[in-house]
Write a protein that binds this ligand. Structure first.
Ligand SMILES: *Cc1c(COP(=O)(O)O)cnc(C)c1O
Length: 352
């Protein structure tokens, strides 16, 4: 009897279609970093592609290459975390779109040289830092970076396909200020003769609620997986549905409590002991303690080893976001912590 994460791909497809309607005519870039937010990369990517998604936000080159391997040429795959020159070369070989958030990276493209006759030209998306100060070309460095990118484009080293940024989505005022910087950066590009086909700046929250942030592409992860923002509107209000359900079995009892076989080492944060309830065959019961390998749960009459308990998500009491709010984090963090040792199961999905 082991814990498993049941992932409902039909529910996922319903979220994708809601996202598509909401952001049209902008396109959805499905963000699949961290093993598709813990839901399992390949089944998620296959189903999204079958549902018409053609842009994937993979974060790192390894993930990007894995997506390319399953989908073949009919997908645009965006990566923005490059570790080394070798990583960059691998991204170009796999025909990934590369986010450039550091002007030095342009020199790595230059070092790759002009592509051989017939080879695809590397596609870059220049990222301007609009206030998050993580990764992104600072506004004061932007004009020089743009000039260098234009030069490399003319030399046939790369093509500037996109301009992008990432915003906090914490307050409208901050996001508006970030957007003003973004629009200004785009004008600088245009003045340098660069008119990339894709502008993108919003993720789930701004993409849903602020039409002027949608541009050509909206990079959405959380809402596609049914994960609502912490402290914001809940899933129901947004119209999205949770797609995963974490289930485990009773592995033993001690007379008063049922011991359920999933614990903090599987990704249930231990501070949630006493703050969380689960659905048992006898109804709702409180989790008294989260141990490394098990939950200690208030018992019920007739509890026996093998009884199934819904711990989290669809069919349970709490969404990932609700748990997250109790320990002051975000739902994504709960989702991606579910241990890779826990098997992901996709009822009804084609095998293979
Ligand atoms: C994770 C991420 C997203 C997706 O954010 P959600 O809130 O999950 O939709 C978009 N863009 C970048 C750069 C990211 O890292």
């Amino acid at each position: 009897m082991t814990a498993r994460l049941i992932v409902d791909l039909d529910a996922f497809a319903a979220n994708l279609s809601l996202v598509r309607e909401r952001i049209a005519p902008a396109h959805h870039m499905l963000v699949v970093k961290d093993d598709a937010y813990g839901h399992g990369l390949l089944p998620i990517v296959r189903r999204a592609h079958a549902e018409g998604v053609r842009w994937f936000g993979a974060f790192d080159t390894g993930t990007g290459r894995a997506v390319r391997d399953v989908l073949g040429p009919d997908a645009r795959i965006f990566v923005w975390m490059l570790e080394s020159q070798a990583d960059l070369a691998a991204a170009v070989d796999a025909d990934l779109d590369v986010g450039v958030g550091n002007a030095l990276l342009l020199e790595d493209f230059a070092a790759l040289g002009t592509r051989p006759e017939g080879a695809l030209r590397p596609r870059v998306h220049l990222k301007v830092d609009t206030g998050l100060h993580r990764n992104g070309i600072r506004p004061e460095e932007w004009p020089d970076a743009v000039a260098r990118a234009a030069e490399l484009e003319r030399a046939g080293v790369l093509g500037v396909e996109g301009v992008w940024s990432h915003i906090a989505e914490a307050s409208d005022a901050e996001d508006d200020a970030a957007r003003a910087l973004f629009l200004h950066a785009r004008e600088t590009l245009a003045a340098a003769g660069l008119r990339p086909g894709y502008a993108h700046l919003a993720a789930s929250a701004a993409g849903f609620t602020r039409p002027e942030f949608r541009e050509d592409l909206v990079r959405i992860g959380a809402f596609a997986y049914g994960i609502a923002p912490a402290g914001g509107p809940d899933a129901e209000a947004l119209g999205i549905v949770p797609i995963a359900s974490l289930r485990a079995h009773v592995i033993g009892t001690d007379g008063t409590h049922a011991h359920v076989g999933v614990g903090s080492l599987d990704g249930i944060p231990s501070p949630l002991g006493g703050m969380l309830s689960v659905r048992t065959p006898a109804g709702v019961r409180r989790v008294v303690t989260v141990r490394p390998d098990r939950l200690i749960v208030e018992g019920w009459d007739g509890m026996t080893a093998g009884d199934e308990v819904v711990v989290l998500g669809a069919g349970g009491l709490h969404s990932a976001t609700e748990l997250a709010e109790r320990i002051a984090t975000i739902g994504e963090e709960i989702a991606v912590r579910i241990s890779p040792r826990i098997e992901r199961i996709y009822p009804g999905a084609p095998v293979g």
